[in-house]
Design a protein around this ligand. Sequence first.
Ligand SMILES: [Zn+2]
Length: 434
Amino acid sequence: MGYLFKNISIITMDDERQPVIISDLLIEGSKISRIDTNIPKMAHKVIEGKNLLVMPGFINTHTHVSMSLLRGYGDDLELFEWLSSRIWPIEAKLTKNDVYVGAKLGIAEMLLSGTTTFLDMYQDMEMVGKASQEIGIRCHLSRGTIYTGIENKDNEALKQLEELIDKFHDYDEGRIKVLAGPHAIYTNNTEFLKAQLEIAKRRNIGVNIHVSETKKENEDAILSLGKTPIAYLDEIGLLDAPYVVAAHMIYLNKEDQKIVKNKKIGIAHNPKSNLKLGSGIANVQKYISDGIKVGIGTDGAASNNNLDMLSELQYASLLQKGLNLDATSLNAYETLKMATIEGAKVLNISDRVGMLKEGYDADLIMFDLNQPHYYPIENSHISKIVYSGKSSDIIMTMVKGKTLMVNRELKTIDLDKTYNEVSEIIERVHKEND
Ligand SMILES: [Zn+2]
């Protein structure tokens, strides 16, 4: 038993094929087993493809999914004030179960908007792992760390990272992965960063970190360390981890860019969060032209304020055109690559997801094109998805061959129950504030 899509429009994101084909696509077990015309109908669930389109699921390379609980809390503040006066005080009140409920809420939003993989950074990551295990989404967990100077606490954070690896890394044939997650250079010191690097190297995992998110971060680094954040991370060896995902990377000079390219760092570009926090606009067209891997992330729902990748990639493309005064900047196909196969490269999993290809895991989404904003329907599907697409038109989200959302209905999350749990948490946290 598997799924057979018949005569369906397919954006494969596979450069060895035409960008868009009309074909049959067969899924057996967790994998795409065939893309071909005239695949015979057997004991499969058949989906007739008229006015439907399938493509790889979106890969969100940077988020803090449980921050969905904090949506709308502390809007219109710049990053440092936002973190210290709003976010960190309320996060200190969240219990493990709150993080779990926040993860369910965020994953529900992601599945309904076509995200099949996300890289997360937060505290109590085992709760995000538990939610992902149960729900079936592909998830990379990074244990966010902030150096406190209190020995017990800092050692405990390192211990939790090791436990997270023991419990979740490579779960379900690699559907879940674990990374070290030092929050940033301004919230960690050299010794603590090196301790996390040591774990990353010994356990062969990646490192996920915020870098050069604001001008202030760069100016402070130059004042206190005499170099840019990236040059500093290079100097202390952090960029020699098995792989590195650096979020934001707005303020890179030419030397930084050279380091990023040579060390094969993957960048997670978060255009909406960077705009909303007044942080700036990363010139990712320049990075991509230089051969640097760049994916797209939403960041958390407290600084965006949603986890909708389609909206994110639309901002990404339009911003580059405006920034570079060049309509050819970040064209539709390049942008879609960032949200799929390039994102998979950033997360080091491009050998199994990010494209629709025989032998790849069946992580895909299906659009209903029978909407006014896709007509005329005959041409340029890629630009339609990128420039006029709406995530509410996604009617199927599949991870490893399992349908997690069909016809806008979530199969593995009780949404009403989750809403009630969220309301209870918010009520309790506000009471504690009084
Ligand atoms: Zn972030």
